[in-house]
Design a protein around this ligand. Sequence first.
Ligand code: F6R
Length: 240
Amino acid sequence: MKVIIAKDYDDMSEKAFGIMLETVKSNPNAVLGLATGSTPIGLYRNMVRDHRENGTSYKNIRTVNLDEYAGLEGTHPQSYACFMRKNLFDQLDIQEKNTNIENGAAKDADAECARYNALLEEMPRDIQILGIGSNGHIAFNEPGTPFGSTTHTVRLAESTIKDNSRLFDSIDEVPRAAFTMGLKNIMQSKKIVILANGANKANAVYGLVKGEVTERVPASVLQLHPDCVLICDEAAASRL
Ligand code: F6R
């Protein structure tokens, strides 16, 4: 794994944007695997600014998102579908039909997972953007998830519910379950860029880069990927 230590959050976002721009410019039909959460917001801001200032086009770009809360409609303000529209899609020239995310409101969870897995097979990712949870999760693959997992539903770990409660009015409103791409789906991306900032990610980053490759730390599977780049700030890199 290549490790790039950035000065701070802005520098991390700028460096991630450089790799994203290269992907989009070299292939205007690229498939981007995208993440939500606080970490990639700076990257998305750079993409929007560049689109406005330099006209980089996303007209034929297709996207697939990692995960979505179960039980939330895509119109719910805390849904990841809504997050993506607000932070990225609505500000680019991307076509809505080319953006994909699990349907959180699906009544038949197994059928929804099968639909998403079939879609992922048809849309090999050129690049996958990832954040990392403080417990080492990637997407919503919590510790103990098999490396061979594909899209599935998951009960969220207490630590994840607590981490994510900052975005809800109260911790009781955080959904307890989610749909997530599995670790096998994530590993199929041609290139992976994982971002981490802040001291609360330092242990997870250590496990990602230097720890044992173990299902107890889902992100450690990325040590086995042939083209994975970690871009993190100094605080997140403090244990490396
Ligand atoms: C989001 C996702 C999660 C986050 C992780 C870090 O789509 O898959 O794994 O990347 O929980 O979240 P933040 O960036 O909010 O610290």
